[in-house]
Design a protein around this ligand. Structure first.
Ligand code: COA
Length: 356
């Protein structure tokens, strides 16, 4: 049996639709994949002219405090019912990762409905996301929603200008932001002051993230005004919303703490290292100049004045982007090598509009 890899075909799209159900309109939910003017594509495994397993890939640059790190996202992994359990999804993931590596991605990142499947394929939880549940009873604590209105297409440029002020985000062009904002079932609010959009918030996206405010920008007070508008306009049957926050959103987090709205700390996504040399460059950038690195495909050796430590792919990732920002492995690395890594761990963040 010969398995071939195909990219961007109707058959791969049909398989994904068949597995996830016709009610999902992936083409409109994920325009950066399905609109050929953007960078994403589909990967499929073909057996006897039939696509048996398929997924989407999208290379992106993460902005981390002015510094760029190329990553690759993987989404909508699907194997046809009758072909499951034959190792196809595993093979497909490796193909997707090879493609993303060729695009310069240091890591592949995905969001798993079932983490156990991806753990078997070498993925681990990374990064931090802070979530808040706000209920209608919190509305009165928030600033008044005067000046808040539904977003319109004419607001996209102002919203993009607010988005790019985030220190931790995916690098996006205005065209990409605008295309994503046209996605299905996004309830977008903007807050206008003296004719200028000063903040915005987005809730819901296709079938995902319903009731979740997954992207926002602007000053904390103005974002809270948008949250109040969501709470005051909840549809019948729902009495709360969720808010997603990067750990770096210090002002908003502080205000929510003062409002006694508890934070729920979670992880950002699951990831796997694709490029050990790329990882070495990250350690090199944040370590002091005495650090020496050596890599092969599976190992990264860090050497400093005190000694050496060898990290495998998983450990290399746990040192740079650990789940919930925990510094424990980094402290071991610092102790063994005698090198300090100020500015690490990194705090990657991917806003809801960017996920696939
Ligand atoms: C998940 C899915 C893509 C797996 O496809 P597949 O081609 O059968 O996967 P593989 O044959 O490569 O791998 C199967 C392996 O993963 C394990 N596995 C499969 N689904 C699993 C799950 N939900 N949790 C834990 N392990 C799982 C199997 O036991 C098997 O393990 P083994 O390799 O040790 O024998 C397929 O079941 C599917 O299309 N599901 C519906 C869509 C979906 O949920 N996609 C993931 C979205 S995040």
């Amino acid at each position: 049996m010969t398995i071939t890899t195909i990219q961007r075909t109707r058959l791969a799209y049909d398989l994904i639709t068949q597995v996830f159900g016709p009610e999902r309109n992936f083409a409109s939910e994920y325009p950066l994949i399905f609109d050929p003017s953007f960078q994403g594509s589909l990967i499929g495994l073909e057996e006897a002219d039939e696509v048996v397993s398929a997924c989407a890939i999208l290379p992106r640059d993460l902005v981390l405090n002015g510094w760029l790190m190329r990553i690759g996202m993987i989404g909508t992994v699907a194997t046809a019912d009758e072909h499951r359990g034959k190792g196809y999804a595993g093979q497909l993931l490796r193909e997707a990762e090879k493609n993303l590596f060729c695009e310069g991605a240091v890591l592949s990142i995905l969001w798993a409905d079932d983490a156990a499947f991806y753990e078997k394929k070498g993925y681990i939880p990374i990064g931090c996301e802070v979530d808040y549940a706000l209920s209608v009873t919190d509305s009165g604590k928030l600033p008044t929603s005067e000046g808040v209105r539904w977003m319109e297409t004419r607001d996209h440029a102002a919203m993009h200008a607010l988005y790019v002020r985030h220190s931790h985000r995916v690098d996006r062009t205005l065209a990409e932001t605008s295309t994503l904002l046209h996605g299905p079932e996004i309830a977008g609010l903007v807050h206008e002051e003296n004719g200028e959009v000063v903040s915005y918030a987005l809730m819901g996206r296709g079938q995902d993230l319903q009731g979740v405010v997954h992207e926002w920008a602007g000053s904390s007070k103005n974002v809270l005004a948008c949250l109040r508008a969501y709470l005051d306009n909840l549809s019948e049957g729902s009495d709360s919303i969720f808010l997603m926050c990067p750990v770096t959103a210090v002002d908003l987090r502080k205000d929510l703490l003062e409002l006694e709205i508890p934070a729920i700390e979670g992880v950002l996504a699951m990831a796997r290292v694709l490029d050990m040399q790329g990882m070495a460059k990250i350690y090199q950038r944040f370590g002091d100049p005495r650090l020496r690195t050596a890599t092969d495909e599976e190992a990264l050796r860090l050497t400093g004045p005190k000694g050496s430590i060898v990290l495998d792919r998983r450990q290399a990732l746990l040192g740079t982007c650990p789940p919930q920002g925990k510094r424990s492995l980094l402290e071991v690395i610092e102790k063994e090598t005698g090198i300090r890594f100020d500015g690490m761990p990194l705090s990657p963040f991917i806003w809801g509009l960017d996920s696939i």
